[in-house]
Write a protein of this length. Structure first.
Length: 187
């Protein structure tokens, strides 16, 4: 198959989320009508990765969550972040962020367990997170009533740029700001 590198680059560029080697191979085989060697795809990925290392490119090829995608280089994060801030019409509420954090750190988890941690009803937050595809139903618990278990989705991993939940910051690493305390501070 000719121009494998360009074909692979086009697939990565056009993919809304990360695209894996097996999916790239399936698409290329559908185009070519013949089996495509996985080694050729891996070679093409390495070629693309090396080409984008140049300072003349603002993007780089990254492997995240068993898929490849183009991401902005760290030097340009502030510009892209500013753009995202202007376009953030789909912001999550504080309640949804809290619910998402609980699910991320405690998954798989039931809605009742989330509500016990938060102390309030979380039906709306869970529904919004499901709609935004940041969480997914991962099964049913083996307890009375077989409640639904929730976990984070691949979109969550892609959105936060992590390969697995093991990459989440450890709770003890998160520094609590002084202006975020409750009550009076005594010396």
């Amino acid at each position: 198959m000719e121009n494998v590198v360009q074909q692979v680059e086009a697939l990565i560029y056009a993919s809304e989320y990360g695209i894996g080697v097996s999916e790239i191979r399936q698409v290329l085989e559908a185009i070519a009508g013949v089996p495509v060697d996985e080694g050729a795809i891996l070679e093409a990925l390495e070629d693309i990765r090396n080409r984008y290392l140049s300072d003349s490119h603002v993007m780089e090829l990254k492997s995240i969550n068993n898929g490849y995608q183009f991401l902005t280089k760290p030097l340009y994060y502030s510009a892209v972040n500013q753009l995202q801030a202007h376009r953030s019409k789909k912001k999550l509420s504080q309640a949804a962020l809290e619910t998402l954090a609980i699910i991320a750190y405690r998954q798989p988890i039931t809605k009742l367990e989330i509500e016990q941690i938060r102390g309030v009803n979380c039906d709306y937050s869970v529904q919004r997170l499901l709609e935004k595809e940041l969480i997914k139903i991962v099964g049913k618990a083996d307890t009375l009533g077989k409640p639904i278990l929730y976990g984070t989705s691949d979109l969550f991993m892609d959105h936060f740029g992590i390969a697995s939940t093991a990459d989440l910051p450890k709770l003890k690493e998160i520094v609590q700001k002084e202006d975020n305390t409750i009550g009076e501070i005594s010396e």
